[in-house]
Design a protein around this ligand. Sequence first.
Ligand code: ADP
Ligand code: MG
Length: 270
Amino acid sequence: MRLDAESLVVRYGTREALAGVDVSVEPGRILGIIGPNGSGKSTLVRAMAGVRAPDAGVVRLDGRPLGEIGRRERYRAIALVPQETQVSFPMRVSDLVLLGRSPHTGAFGWETSHDLEVARRAMERTDVLGLGGRRLDELSGGERQRAVLARALAQEPRVLLLDEPTSFLDLRHAVLLLDLVRELATAGGLAVAVVLHDLNLAGMYCDRLALLSAGRVHTQGAPESVLRYQDLCTVYGTELYVAPNDVTGRMVVLPLSAEHRNRLTPGRGS
Ligand code: ADP
Ligand code: MG
């Protein structure tokens, strides 16, 4: 399934968090959403998931406006892994993951052996099988992030929306998670949008990038056309090093300390 956000406007009071945004996610493809703090990334994925209705514009799932689709059907199609998961009571990881099955279970909410197997497989893929009996509020941030991803996978969605899924992960778990996301897109045909802070990971894993700035899309397209020196320095408001690297051919983006900003040499990228 595809998900299209068209001319999205979202306001909090009088503050316009999104001021007319158009992005699309397609089966088998990963859209990376990047941009500085407060540029509207979380607001965008929440609106795309149907968690927050837009004040103007529309989100369409295979052409149908999200507002016309019931909750249960929406949850079967779209899974959102939010930036932060509030844990209001001490739930166990295995129970959280099973919650992901609720859009699929029958009227009485009983899980079948199939539901249990889907949940187990989701935990295996996110490397949380060993944490099944642990309480969510007693996990590290990274462990919790992987558990919440397991719940999303247990939903068996066709569209996966991830809000900074690697922010608490160490380097190994970050690439393992994004390798998994890549596989879900390429082999499983999922349509993926992922908010990433790390522009190097964004450049390496995403098919397209949308660079947000103050609630608008500053640039959008192939990673090499978005991760450009001048655009990034302007949008992030700091001097950066931007250049392709020898191993992946993708762009490397490095922030520069005051000391290094002062002795920039020519040929630092494009
Ligand atoms: P990002 O994820 O890119 O950091 P957000 O989408 O979270 O940005 O926020 C975009 C803007 O909307 C920011 O200026 C933020 O302060 C504001 N904002 C976000 N959530 C709320 C809210 N619940 N109430 C009021 N303002 C909000
Ligand atoms: Mg955010």
